[in-house]
Design a protein around this ligand. Structure first.
Ligand code: SF4
Length: 216
């Protein structure tokens, strides 16, 4: 393997502060962006979507609590994106995320641009979560598989109950709190089978609720 060329720091690669443990030079091919995918609750989730491929990964770690440790590392790239995912990341609770954001602010280099994103099923969202997202400029991905019949075909809770109404409630809360969000839709057999069965009224309600003019 070719050894990366180490060059002296230039303004575009400059690190504003000397940080313990970091080299004084910066590899020429070092990235300008750093994107970390963080799964603080591992594969644990409060839903039981029948198409989910990830829930079974719990079995790979039989004695794990599936909770992120307290270790943190500093990055030198000027833009860092932290993408919070699961399972379901909100299972960690709001206190965990308040602390995580506080630690990010504490250890981030001056001038660094940090973006938080989160993919959630929306079940636990409430006013407190949405205020937090708004305050810290989170970009939220909300999992919603279309109008009710499509969504509820596979996206069910641990008791097999449908979840569409709860996710739509989460979408309304995000709108009310002016949180930037998008919809992640899994296209599957039900999308195809039920697309002609959903009424125009259902489709319009879905578009309005999700602000998605192109949806369905
Ligand atoms: S929300 Fe559904 S698809 Fe996502 S991790 Fe939970 S069970 Fe799996």
């Amino acid at each position: 393997m070719q050894t990366p060329k180490i060059i002296p720091l230039t303004p575009s690669h400059a690190v504003p502060e000397t940080m313990p443990g970091l080299p004084a030079s910066w590899p020429k091919n070092a990235p300008s962006y750093f994107h970390v995918l963080s799964k603080p609750s591992g594969a644990t989730c409060n839903l039981d979507c029948t198409y989910c491929f990830f829930l079974s990964k719990e079995k790979l770690y039989p004695n794990s609590r599936f909770r992120m440790s307290d270790e943190i590392e500093s990055q030198r790239a000027p833009e860092v994106t932290i993408a919070w995912q699961g399972g379901e990341p909100t299972l960690m609770g709001l206190d965990f995320f308040n602390r995580a954001v506080e630690l990010v602010h504490t250890y981030a280099r001056p001038g660094i641009n940090i973006q938080h994103t989160m993919q959630t099923n929306g079940i636990l969202l409430n006013d407190d979560w949405c205020r937090f997202f708004n305050e810290h400029h989170f970009l939220i991905g909300l999992s919603l598989d279309g109008p009710q019949a499509m969504h509820d075909t596979y996206r069910v809770d641990k008791g097999g109950a449908p979840t569409f109404q709860k996710v739509m409630r989460a979408a309304r809360l995000l709108q009310e709190h002016k949180v930037e969000f998008n919809i992640l839709t899994t296209v599957n057999a039900a999308s195809y089978r039920l697309s002609s069965a959903s009424t125009s009224r259902e489709r319009l309600a879905f578009k309005r609720a999700t602000r998605s003019p192109s949806a369905l």
